[in-house]
Each structure stands twice: as C-alpha cells, then as structure tokens.
Design a protein. Structure first.
Length: 198
C-alpha cells in the first residue's frame, strides 16, 4: 500500500463531495467535507442516522479548529491539554459550520484524532465529519474488514490503518462541566473539570 497516494486519493474524494473511511485512535470514522451540506447529508443517509443527532467536526490541530469554533479561554486551555486525543469537545461554532452538521445547534463537537494517518488526511482535506463508520445501531468498526456493506459501497476510499482500540471518545461540554459520553480518558477529563470548575 502506498500510503501517500492513498491519502492523496482520499483527500480528492472529500474535495469532490464524496465519503471516505479513515482510522482514528478510537474506531474507524466516516469522513466527508464537514463544510459541505450535501456531503454531510450523504453521511447521514449512509449511516441511516437521525438528522437531529449532530455530527462532530474533525480537524488536524487546535489551531485549525479556531477557524471554525470560538472556544472560551477555559475551553481552549482544555483543548490544548487533551487534543489531539480521544476526546470530543463541544464548543461554540462559527459561521463556516453548517446547520446540517450540528442539527441547527449553536455548538459543535470538535475532534482531533491522535492518529497520524487521520491527521495527515485532515491536513490535506480540511475539516471532516467525525462519526463512526457504521450504520446507526450497529457496532463501531475497529477493523476495516468488518465495515457494513453500505459503508463500504458508499466510501470512495478506505484508508486501512490496521486494527484500532475500539473505545469511543469521551464527549465533554467544558463550559457546563458536563460529560455527555464517557469513553477513553473520561477519568482524566472528569479530574480536569473538577480542578478547573468555577
């Protein structure tokens, strides 16, 4: 497998409005241009996911995230501490983020995978949808061989990064001190919130 050519092909699929599957440090993700409403709709359609259940925004770095979200000082401090990593941080979105991604909400989950292949793709493609590469209700995928037929058919490129650990990211709203989903690093996130709460 020529990694560089696969990354180039995946980035081109994203830029043309298509879907890709990519590995993260948690599970495999289903990626599409997170700023393109039609591409986002294709993700919802492929996953058979409820439109009221928002998707997260995957970016390559905290600095890149600041083009799309407006975190408070405390939220940014948290992001610098935990990202890249298996944590999704819910913060205020900015104008480039479409309502289709957030279900019309003002806030959006930011995900910066701690996985070289994922971040290399994000650097080339720009923001991607960060959602598990499975049909809603089915188990998350840790090995590309286990992808649902619908996902495999819909994806223009599948980046194979080997088996992933499988524990979902922890989803946290720092401003409210709330953990929406306990996953990887949940205890460390909880400790940080207790230490930094107002």
């Amino acid at each position: 497998m020529t990694r560089d050519s696969d990354l180039t092909a995946a980035a081109e699929v994203v830029k043309s409005g298509g879907l890709v599957v990519y590995p993260t440090e948690t599970v495999y993700g289903l990626g599409a241009d997170a700023l393109d409403t039609a591409a986002i709709e294709a993700v919802f359609e492929t996953k058979r996911r409820d439109r009221d259940n928002p998707l997260s925004l995957g970016v390559a770095s905290v600095e890149a995230a600041l083009d799309y979200v407006s975190p408070s000082v405390t939220e940014q401090r948290f992001m610098q501490e935990f990202l890249p990593g298996p944590v999704t941080v819910v913060v205020e979105g900015r104008d480039p983020v479409p309502d289709a991604l957030t279900g019309g909400r003002d806030r959006v989950g930011v995900r910066i995978p701690d996985h070289d292949l994922a971040r290399e793709l994000l650097e080339r493609s720009g923001p991607l949808t960060a959602t598990s590469a499975n049909v809603s209700g089915q188990p998350s995928v840790t090995d590309p061989a286990d992808l649902d037929a619908e996902i495999r058919t819909a994806a223009g490129v599948i980046l194979d990064g080997g088996e992933t650990p499988g524990t979902a990211s922890t989803v946290v709203d720092v401003s409210r001190g709330t953990i929406h989903r306990r996953g990887a690093n949940a205890d460390a996130v909880e400790d940080w919130l207790e230490t930094h709460s107002a």
